[in-house]
Design a protein around this ligand. Structure first.
Ligand code: HEC
Ligand code: HEC
Ligand code: HEC
Ligand code: HEC
Length: 212
């Protein structure tokens, strides 16, 4: 039996196939990965490492302008400010304090300035049980009405813990209520959620961008 013609046919076929592969590898077009879309830039606001608001305590630490807190630059000592109310018993905020929007709770239930500020000494806060606190030390004040949240906060379950767990490595930092809540309008509004994870690899990204 003569196998020669079949062998050369097979060899010819193999050579042709390898040539075809060489040509297609050199052109590469068909095996190119899908073109990468440019990464959408993240809104820097979403990853801002600061707190939601800047409390008095923070302003003191960074030595910012504290004139808003210098109550007796405008008020007279020994003369408590009088609270004014409109016809429907709503507190009227004077224009000098127009930056204050009172909306503590949903029914204006805690809008009385002197529930928190000491009318005899505006530089102090006063708790329900008569303790006097510095204006930058609000947690015990908030805690005097929000007991359960205060206990959570003390235990580290409410508010953010930062810094170090290990005492030897450094300090553990805690945020105070006023770093996140505006005491006058403490409700925290809805926030824009962060975008989903962003695989850098093209194939992963193509997968992430398809509906599942
Ligand atoms: C820029 C000047 C200015 C500063 C600073 C200032 N106040 Fe006043 N405040 C006023 C004026 C003016 C009124 C209205 C007249 C009045 O009641 O004495 C007022 C009214 C008030 C009232 C009564 C509000 C109402 O609704 O009737 C309170 C409470 C008060 N101030 C607290 C404070 C506290 C606490 C500070 C400091 C943390 C402070 N103020 C700092 C000017 C100021
Ligand atoms: C729930 C407690 C609470 C009530 C009610 C309250 N305050 Fe305050 N207020 C605070 C605390 C706490 C601070 C310090 C905020 C900080 O650390 O940033 C403050 C800060 C201020 C300041 C200085 C900074 C600023 O925001 O302008 C003024 C002025 C002030 N309050 C006036 C008033 C007046 C006027 C009212 C009533 C209309 C009032 N507050 C009602 C707790 C309260
Ligand atoms: C004198 C008592 C009192 C003090 C002091 C007080 N609160 Fe409140 N707080 C209330 C009441 C009353 C409500 C309203 C509850 C309701 O409407 O159901 C409330 C509601 C709230 C809410 C929910 C807001 C919303 O609109 O749903 C937050 C958050 C809050 N307080 C945070 C604070 C913080 C932070 C402090 C300290 C700066 C503070 N509170 C001090 C009495 C107090
Ligand atoms: C790191 C920021 C942060 C700190 C610090 C913080 N809170 Fe809050 N707090 C929040 C957020 C966020 C929510 C949830 C708002 C929501 O669910 O929409 C909240 C919710 C609340 C509520 C409403 C709970 C409810 O069930 O509706 C109260 C009351 C409250 N905080 C009080 C406090 C008090 C008092 C302190 C200080 C002892 C404090 N917070 C410290 C961020 C903070």
């Amino acid at each position: 039996m003569n196998d020669k013609p079949r062998v050369s046919a097979a060899l010819f076929l193999l050579t042709a196939m390898f040539l075809l592969l060489t040509v297609s590898f050199s052109r590469r077009g068909w095996m190119e990965p899908p073109p990468l879309k440019a990464n959408a830039l993240l809104d820097p606001e979403l990853v801002r490492p600061t707190t939601m608001r800047t409390s008095y305590a923070q302003l003191i630490r960074v030595q910012a302008d504290l004139s808003d807190f210098d109550c007796y630059a405008c008020h007279e000592t020994n003369k408590p400010p009088t609270l004014r109310f409109d016809g429907s018993n709503n507190l009227v905020i004077p224009k000098e304090h127009s930056d204050i929007v009172m909306a503590h709770g949903q029914h204006g239930r805690n809008n009385n300035c002197f529930n928190c500020h000491n009318e005899q000494n505006l530089l102090l806060l006063q708790t329900r049980d008569g303790r006097q606190l510095k204006l930058e030390n609000c947690p015990p004040l908030c805690g005097s009405c929000h007991g359960p949240t205060y206990r959570d906060w003390e235990a580290g379950a409410h508010g953010r813990t930062g810094g170090f767990w290990k005492k030897e490595a450094g300090q553990t930092t805690r945020l105070i209520c006023a770093d996140c809540h505006d005491p006058h309008s403490p409700r925290i509004g809805t926030r824009t959620p962060l975008p989903p994870p962003h695989p850098l690899h093209g194939a992963g990204r193509a997968w992430a961008e398809t509906e599942h």
